[in-house]
Design a protein around this ligand. Structure first.
Ligand code: ZN
Length: 238
């Protein structure tokens, strides 16, 4: 099929060109040492865990199920103006490095990974993790929206700079959102309600949409890049 081969060749060429391009929405940077994205058209929504890996479990709730539920709601909110890709759309396990490989197939895109948190009983509230300069404003927008709506916020963690596989390794801007603590009795009760999960999804979606429209505008000074190596499975978890 010469036509198919031609299309494949063109795709490969475009991929190579975008890898080397220093600026623009489709550019790749595994260090994220560039401003945040504006005008992106694809959002990859990653529901954490899945299959054999249930993630946190507390108060009768399972992280993998709630993460998928919230991810689907984000997909619904953003579909139309954006192409939305769900990293997983049912209950199966995907390795973290495989999630990075999937994310790297897309240009002009961002990655948002959805999780629920686990900690001591008094901790509550959403937290948003980023590592890279190009992901800071999007993380800040998400965290601002979430903290405006979350009724329980005992910790001040909020916006956290942490090198994780999904905040460091993809070639596109990437953040990880911990929507709340399953281990907090009040917050777990909220998280068990579908309306609350709808509100969480809307808060996240609005932040992504604002980032696409405005880029980093209004989000203050961007943090300096940190040239740290890719995160690996053997890295100590803090
Ligand atoms: Zn998790």
């Amino acid at each position: 099929m010469p036509l198919l081969r031609h299309v494949f060749g063109l795709c490969l060429l475009l991929t190579l060109v975008s890898c080397q391009s220093p600026i623009g929405g489709g550019s790749h940077s595994t260090y994220g040492d560039r401003p945040g994205p504006k005008g992106f058209t694809t959002v990859i929504v990653d529901a954490g865990h899945g299959g054999k890996d249930s993630g946190a479990r507390s108060h009768g709730l399972e992280e993998k199920k709630l993460a998928l539920d919230i991810a689907r709601r984000v997909q619904k909110d953003l579909a139309g103006p954006f192409k939305v890709v769900l990293m997983r759309n049912s209950d199966y396990f995907v390795e973290l490095d495989e999630r990075v490989r999937v994310a790297n197939r897309y240009g002009n895109a961002v990655l948002v990974s959805i999780h629920l948190n686990y900690g001591n009983r008094r901790r509550a509230g959403p937290e948003t993790y980023y590592w890279r300069t190009d992901s800071y404003a999007m993380a800040k927008r998400v965290q601002q929206n979430l903290s405006r709506m979350a009724p329980y916020q005992s910790s001040n963690a909020g916006l956290v700079r942490r090198r994780l596989r999904l905040t460091r390794n993809p070639s596109i801007p990437c953040i990880l959102v911990e929507c709340g603590y399953l281990t907090h009795s009040g917050e777990s009760r909220q998280l068990s309600r579908s309306q609350y999960r709808e509100d969480l999804a809307w808060a996240i979606s609005r932040a992504i949409r604002d980032q696409a429209h405005e880029g980093d505008a209004g989000m203050g000074t961007l943090p300096r890049p940190i040239y740290a190596p890719p995160s690996k499975a053997t890295d100590a978890r803090s």
